[in-house]
Design a protein around this ligand. Structure first.
Ligand code: CA
Length: 226
């Protein structure tokens, strides 16, 4: 049974989300302020977090940043609930690092679809055993480990899957649409900007190896040695 932590201060919305998640067979934990939410995220290790942006205590952006910087919680998927369209780039961008977002008001059905899609792509199936090497990057899929020039790079599950997707087809150009489908799944309703913001984040984390990811303008990306 998957555990979902809902951090949201609108009590009626918490009730509505909890009721529907439990009906779908999830175990639900709730927190109605930022401080309690962060504490629960750290101590309860949920499988997924639904995080409102505007919260009393610590706000959602700060919580997400803290979670995505910590080794223990970096791989926990976070779906941000936001009422503000203009903050979306920041939310899925490098600074905050959420895995997905949903704009209020939303339908419960849409939320359930997003949750299902994220849990599908972040639940380890049987990863390929083969260790991949491109330039100074070494990827060990079975151990979910990436190093660049020997230093470990801590990636979120989505970033890892994106890198693995590129590395499994070295030198092959992959369109944003194909990456969106392979990494985020068929049911994903977001747009291709999501791919760009995750590539930006991946490059920043890869440091010296960032230039192995090549942009093909207006089309997509590929990973190859110089
Ligand atoms: Ca709120």
């Amino acid at each position: 049974m998957k555990t979902i932590l809902v951090i949201e201060d609108e009590k009626d919305l918490v009730k509505l989300i909890s009721f529907n998640l439990e009906k779908e067979g999830y175990r639900v934990l709730t927190a109605t302020d930022g401080t309690a939410g962060l504490e629960a995220a750290r101590s309860q290790t949920p499988d997924l977090i639904i995080l409102d942006l505007m919260l009393p205590g610590i706000n959602g952006i700060e919580i997400c940043k803290i979670l995505k910087k910590n080794e223990k919680t970096v791989r926990t998927p976070v779906i941000i609930l936001t009422a503000k369209g203009e903050e979306i780039d920041r939310v899925v961008g490098f600074e905050v690092g959420a895995d997905d977002y949903i704009v209020k008001p939303f339908s419960i059905r849409e939320l359930l679809l997003r949750i299902k899609a994220i849990l599908l792509r972040t639940t380890p199936g049987t990863p390929p055993e083969k260790i991949l090497r491109i330039g100074a990057i070494v990827i060990d899929p079975a151990r979910h480990l990436v190093t660049s020039e020997g230093d470990e790079i801590v990636l979120t599950t989505t970033e890892f899957k994106l890198l693995l997707n590129l590395a499994e087809r070295p030198g092959r150009l992959q369109s944003r649409d194909v990456l969106l489908k392979n990494v985020w799944g068929y049911n994903y309703i977001g747009d291709t900007r999501t791919v760009d913001t995750h590539i930006t984040r991946l490059r920043t984390k890869l440091g010296h190896s960032a230039n192995l990811i090549k942009t093909v303008r207006g089309f997509g990306y590929k990973l190859e040695e110089q």
